[in-house]
Design a protein around this ligand. Structure first.
Ligand code: R5P
Length: 262
């Protein structure tokens, strides 16, 4: 692997722990002003110090993130759909490689919809993006997006993750599921998990714990952080699990203490 690509990956997956806490705030690319991200600059300001990387679109990046802030950017480069459509899989590449370089992206993020109506287009877009990334030493993070009809079981997710890695993705983002070891075991590149819909903080910490215990290198979490009443305490609790080897019970205790509830 080229030096530049290794260097960018080392900015995202921390070499001292081999783990990563990525903060995802790219939801607006198809959801518009997602709850908790109506003012993304204000939402993320207290969180940036605890995130190893920030996943977002170039629009939010340019408008609300201080360029003097040294945080690796995982740039969302796929889109073209909205929640008004039934089929969210009809995505294309929405950012040129030149513009990704201009904003100093550390990685490029694109969704693939394995089994979806536009499976072929999203997978060939991933392959093209990986070619561009290879040309300039920029890693690609493939998101195994699930449409409304697609299940999230290990059989499906291991297929989708493996295909993403085979096509050239350097990191895969997917969902946690029962039998997650099989998903990790079948994927030759690091896996981070999405948090999914907002759940109780205690349950979200458990999710982070079982995912890293099953072999994920970390999380790319959004709603379970920025939609929490205590987002800064929540991301710190997630960090304790991902980087400090704490159990979810220990992180929960820290969280309760930090929020003044114990
Ligand atoms: C989904 O398409 C986006 O990439 C989100 O960033 C992703 O799902 C992670 O966010 P959350 O933890 O809110 O699921």
């Amino acid at each position: 692997m080229d030096w530049g690509m290794r260097n960018r990956l080392a900015g995202i997956i921390k070499p001292d722990t081999g783990r990563c806490v990525m903060l995802a705030i790219d939801h607006g690319y198809f959801q518009g002003p997602t709850t908790g991200l109506e003012r993304p600059g204000e939402a993320v300001a207290p969180l940036l110090g605890y995130a190893d990387a920030l996943m977002l679109t170039r629009g939010v990046l340019r408008n609300v993130i201080d360029p003097g802030r040294r945080i690796p950017i995982v740039l969302r480069v796929s889109g073209g759909t909205s929640i008004l459509r039934d089929d969210l899989s009809d995505e294309d590449i929405t950012v040129s490689i030149e513009d990704a370089i201009r904003v100093n992206a550390s990685a490029l993020a694109l969704s693939v919809f394995v089994g979806g109506p536009h499976e072929k287009e999203t997978l060939t877009n991933l392959a093209k993006l990986c070619d561009e990334g290879q040309r300039y030493g920029i890693p690609v993070l493939a998101v195994t997006a699930v449409g409304k009809e697609m299940s999230r079981d290990a059989r499906y997710l291991r297929l989708a993750c493996r295909i993403a890695a085979e096509l050239g993705a350097q990191i895969v983002k997917t969902y946690y599921c029962e039998g997650f070891e099989k998903v990790v075991g079948g994927c030759p590149v690091p896996i981070v998990i999405a948090g999914g819909k907002k759940i109780e903080e205690r349950d979200a910490l458990k999710l982070a714990y079982v995912a890293v215990s099953a072999g994920a290198v970390g999380v790319d979490m959004g709603r379970n952080i920025f939609q929490s009443k205590w987002p800064a305490q929540m991301i710190q609790a997630v960090r304790s699990i991902v980087h400090d080897g704490k159990t979810d019970a220990q992180a929960w205790e820290e969280f309760q203490h930090a929020t003044g509830r114990s």
